[in-house]
Write a protein that binds this ligand. Structure first.
Ligand SMILES: [Zn+2]
Length: 179
């Protein structure tokens, strides 16, 4: 079973290790990837999360509609907390999954839901306005001897960014005067 989401910065090393291309990343590059991916998420939060506006309102202003389905959504060995359909502007929250996460982490349900919405919103911003994760790091698609062909990005750069974005929002939640 996939673990519950939203590790802090240190735990994001795990996210990096889980990347399917991890073995190809030179050891000397790992700290920089972690740092730059996290910073990318924090910078996006500073720019795209207006102070004092709850995430639900940010999403509504951006034209999204939030719906809730009361179930623990597990497919294969992954638990899903939300599904974002960009085209229809619909975000489905799986309240059963979220409740489990909240109980596990001892956070109030409303907080958990807000953190998950922030995480998903980051992925949406990535598709719409943020610089590509490839600006953080790429690996050659193939390498044959000294020749390198094409380039590919790392999935973990997106995930670490989303964790940082959500963490930045979570910090604001801790000072209610900000929201
Ligand atoms: Zn994600």
């Amino acid at each position: 079973m996939n673990q519950f989401p939203f590790p802090g910065r240190e735990a994001c090393l795990e996210e990096l290790r889980r990347d399917r291309l991890y073995d190809r990343i030179p050891a000397g590059d790992r700290d920089r990837i972690l740092h730059d991916a996290w910073t990318r998420g924090e910078a996006a939060a500073a720019r795209y999360l207006p102070q004092g506006v709850p995430i639900r309102e940010v999403l509504e202003r951006a034209g999204f509609r939030i719906v809730r389905e009361d179930r623990d959504q597990v497919l294969g060995n992954t638990r899903y907390f939300a599904e974002f359909r960009e085209k229809s502007g619909r975000i489905t929250l799986y309240t059963g999954s979220i409740r489990l996460w909240c109980n596990h982490n001892q956070v109030p349900y409303g907080t958990g839901e807000a953190l998950i919405l922030a995480h998903e919103y980051f992925h949406c911003l990535e598709r719409q306005v943020l610089p590509s994760p490839r600006e953080v790091y790429t690996l050659p698609l193939f390498q044959i001897g000294p020749w390198r062909f094409g380039q590919c990005g790392l999935t973990c750069v997106s995930e670490i960014g989303a964790h940082a974005f959500s963490a930045a929002y979570g910090q604001r939640l801790q000072s209610p005067e900000n929201l």
